[in-house]
Design a protein around this ligand. Structure first.
Ligand code: AMP
Length: 230
């Protein structure tokens, strides 16, 4: 199974892909996680890309494509989280492999901002612990959102590894606005690219981030079953 999870920052891509990874035994490839780990470890790549993440800007295509090419070597079962984010990256991916489906997550901007501001992640770069302290119950343009917080069992400590929870450096209001703008201008066209591929089209599963992850993930699984993707 070769999947892409696609959506704006804050739409829960990381949370859903962790659950899909566990359900199907997939390799989860998150370019954001890879870059954060490189920065934390102080590698040459980390130093080169640090300012892009800090400012909420995209890392140049040639750098990202090289990293993903390396990761995807000989992999048949994966979910890509945060890649492709530009049409160039999507074209490069076409040359590496054939994707079975794109899971596209939708949410309104005000919900995304609330979610990103309330996100807490595990400080251990080897752990994918991911939490959210926002309690969202409201209707936006006819969409009912019911998103209770995703809290750890013990205050500010990761359930999976016991490390302290932190806020991502780029989860501040200024950077969030920049990332949302970049999503609209550079990443949204990736969907049109996939839609315009005619016979070779990749199926797109459209999902709203309006219910807790366990419900949303079940909807994704139902759609994958309907498409007979295994
Ligand atoms: P994420 O964890 O997916 O929100 O990504 C965090 C940051 O990493 C982004 O704001 C970008 O600076 C960088 N990044 C992650 N994936 C990509 C990508 N596919 N292309 C360019 N930059 C990326």
């Amino acid at each position: 199974m070769k999947l892409i999870i696609f959506g704006p920052p804050g739409s829960g891509k990381g949370t859903y892909s962790i659950r899909l990874k566990e359900r199907y035994g997939l390799e989860k490839i998150s370019t954001g996680d890879i870059f954060r780990e490189e920065i934390k470890s102080g590698t040459v790549l980390g130093k080169e890309i640090e300012h892009f993440l800090k400012e909420g800007k995209l890392v140049p295509d040639e750098v990202v494509i090289k990293v993903v090419k390396n990761k995807l070597k000989n992999l048949d079962n994966f979910i890509l989280d945060g890649y492709p984010r530009t049409v160039e990256q999507a074209k490069a991916l076409d040359e590496i492999t054939k994707i079975d489906a794109i899971i596209r997550i939708n949410a309104h901007k005000e919900i995304l901002i609330e979610k990103i501001s309330a996100r807490r992640i595990c400080s251990n770069p080897k752990c994918d612990g991911n939490y959210n302290i926002a309690d969202i119950r409201k209707t936006v343009n006819g969409v009912d959102y019911l998103l209770p917080p995703l809290l750890p069992k013990n205050d500010l400590v990761c359930d999976k590894c016991g490390s302290p929870l932190i806020q991502r450096e780029d989860d501040n209001l200024k950077t969030i606005e920049e990332r949302l703008k970049i999503y609209e201008n550079q990443s949204r066209p990736v969907l049109d690219y996939y839609k315009s591929k005619g016979a070779g089209r990749v199926p797109i599963i459209d999902i709203w981030m309006s219910r807790p992850p366990e419900i949303t993930v079940e909807k994704i699984i139902e759609s994958l079953n309907q498409l007979k993707i295994k």
